[in-house]
Design a protein around this ligand. Structure first.
Ligand SMILES: NC(=O)c1ccc[n+]([C@@H]2O[C@H](COP(=O)([O-])OP(=O)(O)OC[C@H]3O[C@@H](n4cnc5c(N)ncnc54)[C@H](OP(=O)(O)O)[C@@H]3O)[C@@H](O)[C@H]2O)c1
Length: 218
């Protein structure tokens, strides 16, 4: 799961993001679009020529908030969740409709058998709430807004720290397989920070520490 959250755990306002943080948008695009590598023989065959490596899952309202002049989120397989099985998405390539969170995850897992990629749940509030029990990792961009000036009308449930442990910055970089700005960053009047939470019951193998030499080759 990946989300940008305000101090109040707010995530959206009037079907849009309540903030503009270009570095965060680039980070989300990078980590959800890239090919991931691990040490299994299967992933050594990953081709960089694929049109997508990973699947992104989102609720119908979040889907409709994407500026469609460029179509769906590029370089990713987009799965949209709606209770309406006849919901019409324009005939975009690499998109599909699911009528429940479980169906979306099933579709994504089937696709990932082909690419060895990752599945990212990208919101919004309704979908975060339902997927929280199912996800292994929560990538957060925590926006520090101590005066709670950022007004939101949609929220995600707080990450339960008895179920998820905060990873170190090194573990975050190993997980996303790229350097990540460390500590508080500044954008206009907002401070923000990139964080990772890992489900405590997850196998410790899920967070693979990549040694520095290997990381430079990723
Ligand atoms: N800060 C962030 O990282 C972030 C990320 C994503 C989105 N957002 C923001 O979040 C807000 C949107 O969130 P939201 O909670 O209003 O909407 P949402 O979660 O994006 O979508 C809700 C829709 O998903 C479908 N849905 C929900 N549960 C379902 C289920 N169990 N089975 C089938 N379909 C289901 C329904 O579609 P139908 O009505 O078609 O049945 C529902 O109306 C926007 O402001 C957006 O900008 C923020």
């Amino acid at each position: 799961m990946a989300a940008a959250i305000a101090t109040t755990w707010g995530i959206g306002k009037e079907q849009d993001l309540p903030w503009k943080i270009p570095v965060d948008s680039e980070y989300l695009e990078q980590i959800t679009s890239k090919a991931y590598y691990n040490d299994t023989a299967a992933t050594k065959t990953i081709s960089n020529d694929r049109p997508w490596h990973n699947a992104v899952i989102m609720g119908r309202l979040s889907w409709e908030s994407i500026p469609m002049k460029n179509g769906p989120m590029p370089n990713r397989f987009n799965i949209v969740i709606s209770r309406n099985p006849s919901y019409k998405m324009a005939p975009y390539p690499h998109t599909s409709l699911a009528t429940s969170v479980h169906e979306a995850l099933e579709q994504a897992n089937t696709l990932m058998k082909e690419t060895q990629g990752r599945v990212f749940v990208l919101g919004g509030g309704q979908i975060y709430e339902q997927a929280m029990d199912l996800c292994t990792h929560v990538l957060l961009t925590r926006i520090h807004d101590p005066k709670e000036k950022v007004v939101c009308d949609s929220f995600m449930p707080p990450v339960n720290i008895s179920l998820f442990a905060q990873a170190s910055h090194q573990e975050l970089e190993a997980f996303v397989q790229q350097p990540v700005p460390k500590g508080k960053q500044i954008c206009d009047e907002l401070e923000y920070e990139f964080l990772l939470y890992v489900r405590r019951s997850s196998s410790s193998d899920d967070v693979v520490i990549v040694d520095q030499d290997k990381k430079e080759n990723l």
